[in-house]
Design a binder for this molecule. Sequence first.
Ligand code: OSB
Ligand code: MG
Length: 366
Amino acid sequence: MKITGIELRRIAMPLVAPFRTSFGTETARDVLLVRVVTPEAEGWGECVAMSEPLYSPEYVDGAAEAMRRFLIPALPDQADAQAAGRALAPFKGHRMAKAALETAVLDAQLRARGESLAAYLGAVADRVPCGVSIGIMGSIPELLDTVEGYLAQGYIRIKLKIQPGWDVAPVRAVRERFGPELPLQVDANAAYTLADAPHLARLDAFDLLLIEQPLADDDIVQHAALARRITTPICLDESIESAEHAAAAITLGACSIINVKPGRVGGYLEARRIHDLARAHGVALWCGGMLETGIGRAANVALAALPGFTLPGDTSASRRYFATDITPPFELNDGHLDVPTGPGIGVDPVPDILDEVTTSVEWITR
Ligand code: OSB
Ligand code: MG
């Protein structure tokens, strides 16, 4: 199965509502899609890099440049995801770019042999429970209305974005309004320092499932120190870019839970290594999100169906993000999304919709 060409396609996807985190506000998603073409099948991958390097060092223009200049020329002739992973490994970083390429290769490979990504990865569930990530709001009443709306849609876990000045009060308000049974967690996107430990300990009173990435990406040791000073379980997101990072964090006691984002760790093969490692060590996992279109979401839902993913993920329905998704929309059913069963990632872009949102197309032959 020879790779004959690769398409890099940029699309512009307006978000249904602005999404504010401690690192910035997103109003639209600038997405880089990868399509790997072979005579037998095509495969899709979604690059989760954002427009600016605020969540991680990667950004969309940089990912496209890394792909065209270094990664695509290094890919093996044959569509073989394991071989692609090995060929890309010598290039440092650029994990989101590598993940998109490797996923497109894997999708083509699996479509050609009629196997679903879920089956390939070792999924054990046919549907996955869904949470929703709620951005920083202008006021507490606005936040409470937003939470209420998502609960009415069936989401079974709420995640609140927090930052200094928007933490204890919104958490208290949501707890008081929706009660002690609501599965509730927070995500700081690295907005605090260890000096904030006494303040973060005030969140212990609210029985949160976890606090995600309270400290800086490279503060693994400081997260271990924080874990000894608060009772809320610590979950790492930005800090975990590989199975090696996960092993270090687990050994140090820096986290008891990991948010797995395949883009952040360089692909689904590395995500599965983290799964196997974490599961062996009793560290709980859940599948994070990067405001993906249906292409990235389909693959994430397959990953979230692995046995170690024991907490609800940020794998929300398409309409939480976009008025019109580029694939048939993922819809919430009793708080769950169905795991695609078709070959590969199991979904395809709708050609007319894809064309409408496309801002550029680049075709690279090999
Ligand atoms: O930190 O988990 C995060 C979105 C973009 C970048 C980082 C994060 C997020 C989210 C939203 O929390 C997850 C989603 O709904 O896709
Ligand atoms: Mg996060």
